[in-house]
Design a protein around this ligand. Structure first.
Ligand SMILES: [Zn+2]
Length: 500
């Protein structure tokens, strides 16, 4: 391998990650502490930086160097981390080079403004205010999708591919359909059982936000999130972002009347953060130092949030501490809390949904996105279509757009094609937990002792440190010895919800 050429390519890719990290910092600040009137200039900054990053991504000399290195890969070097970097960077280059800088900058501007307008429109329940922004974003993303579309694949597929490389809407539809067939009866029976249960534990109680903050930080640290390399802050819509090899930010929001909303936001985002902290820091900015895909990312967040965080073992460990931080939990048993946290119900808000109905929320979005990109669905028809699909899938429809089509930040940020990765993540997580249990033994007993290290180390070894050295479905196949399958998730739900 031509070492000088390889070094120049790596240096170039690392420079891109310096710029991307800077942009991520500007975006993080926009979602946290930025003063209201700073928004317009912030959008200019982000637009300009995105153009600069795009120029770097599509530099012809860089592209030619990557092609030359790829040609020089022989059988011996094909499995090395260097080869994985070259292949991944070249794939990125080939996609980026098709997109005009004007389109990239227009999208950056539209989504930066879009997110600011979304916050206000959501607060005022004013879809008409958000509509022109979303129309522009959808127009730009459709344009991008047509440019990236390859033969035999739809436009929407090319957007999905940006989040879950190698996946397409038809494969996803087939998996989702298999899942839906067996999931709907589980949901129906679980909801029927709910009717006999007491009302929500948090009803009428107050959970001081400052105490929730301290408890959540403590929990994140105990499951292994490294606060010397990260921070926990607050925002409208929880997320996790990486600003550098040793700088991972997680964000949540707290409500005084809920002990679980803020905490489970933290567990979810800390799951993402643990993944990022587990990727090889010396490879930061390169495929070998990046996450495999968003589906794999969601497998990590959903695993810590649900499969760990809503387990009996976890609450055996946490309850005594939680009661000292939140005295309103006094007198409750582990069984009561776990049952409360795993309540299955028809609900309107995806991020608050239980594990079973959660996927129904995703199916709605997946179908709508496909119609929006591959079909001729109009943005103006979204609120009504949303209500009718919710009625069909969840048997309940929102009265307001704040509780409906405007609840998620994603579309305002241009993230179309992202939603299916949440359900992929749920399925991957269940497969990973089955494999981990087979290899490590009973995890619930470990959680009850506050021992999260064995699971985290296992995930680090098998998932985190692998980076993006292979396609997501190849990585999952390697770890689990089986392709993507809904069955482990379905039997997990059966065991958890219907076995008692
Ligand atoms: Zn997530």
């Amino acid at each position: 391998m031509n070492t000088d050429l390889l070094n120049s390519v790596i240096e170039h890719a690392k420079e891109i990650s310096v710029l991307s990290g800077t942009m991520a910092l500007l975006e993080w600040d926009q979602h946290t502490y930025m003063p209201e009137r700073a928004g317009e200039f912030r959008s200019q900054q982000i637009t300009w930086l995105s153009g600069l990053i795009h120029q770097r991504h599509t530099n012809p000399v860089y592209g030619e160097s990557l092609r030359e290195l790829q040609r020089g890969l022989d059988e011996q070097s094909a499995c090395s981390p260097e080869a994985a970097n070259i292949r991944g960077l070249l794939r990125d280059y080939e996609k980026n080079v098709q997109l005009p800088e004007s389109l990239v900058k227009a999208t950056a501007l539209a989504t930066s403004i879009g997110q600011q307008v979304w916050v206000e429109a959501k607060a005022k329940d004013d879809f008409a205010m958000f509509k022109p922004c979303l129309e522009e974003i959808v127009r730009l993303r459709r344009e991008e999708a047509s440019i990236l579309q390859t033969p035999g694949r739809t436009k929407y597929d090319s957007l999905i591919d940006q989040y879950e490389e190698g996946a397409d809407s038809e494969q996803i539809r087939v998996v989702f359909e298999a899942l839906r067939r067996d999931l709907v009866p589980i949901v129906r029976e679980s909801i029927a059982r709910e009717k006999a249960r007491p009302t929500k534990l948090s009803l009428g109680k107050a959970f001081p936000i400052e105490s929730q903050r301290r408890l959540s930080q403590w929990v994140a640290q105990k499951i292994g999130f490294d606060f010397e390399r990260g921070r926990l802050d607050e925002t409208e819509h929880p997320f996790c972002t990486t600003l550098g090899p040793h700088d991972h930010r997680i964000l949540t929001r707290y409500f005084e009347d809920s002990y679980s909303s803020g905490l489970y936001g933290v567990l979810h985002e800390a799951g993402h953060g643990l993944y990022e902290q587990g990727t090889p820091a010396d490879m930061h900015g390169l495929p070998a130092g990046s996450a495999a895909s968003l589906g794999v990312h969601e497998s990590q967040s959903r695993l810590w949030e649900n499969m760990v965080g809503r387990s009996v073992g976890f609450w055996k460990w946490l309850l005594p501490t939680a009661q000292t931080y939140l005295p309103a939990l006094a007198g409750l048993s582990v069984e009561q809390i776990v049952s409360d946290l795993n309540r299955v119900e028809q609900s309107l808000i995806r991020i608050e949904a239980d594990e079973a109905t959660y996927n129904l929320h995703i199916f709605v979005r997946f179908e709508i996105e496909k119609e929006l990109i591959d079909g001729d669905l109009k943005v103006s028809d979204l609120p009504e279509l949303w209500r009718s699909r919710y009625q069909e899938y969840l048997g309940i429809a929102p009265d307001t757009d704040t509780m409906g089509v405007m609840q998620d930040v994603h579309w305002s940020a241009g993230l179309i094609g992202y939603f299916p990765t949440y359900t992929l993540g749920n399925l991957y997580a269940a497969q990973l937990m089955e494999t981990a249990t087979r290899q490590l033994g009973d995890l619930d007993t470990m959680f009850a002792q506050g021992e999260f290290g064995p699971l985290l180390d296992w995930l680090k070894t098998n998932v985190h440190t692998k980076g993006r050295s292979m396609l997501p479905h190849e990585l999952m196949l390697q770890v689990n010895g089986a392709p993507l399958d809904a069955k482990p998730f379905l039997s997990y739900l059966q065991r958890k919800l219907l076995s008692k």
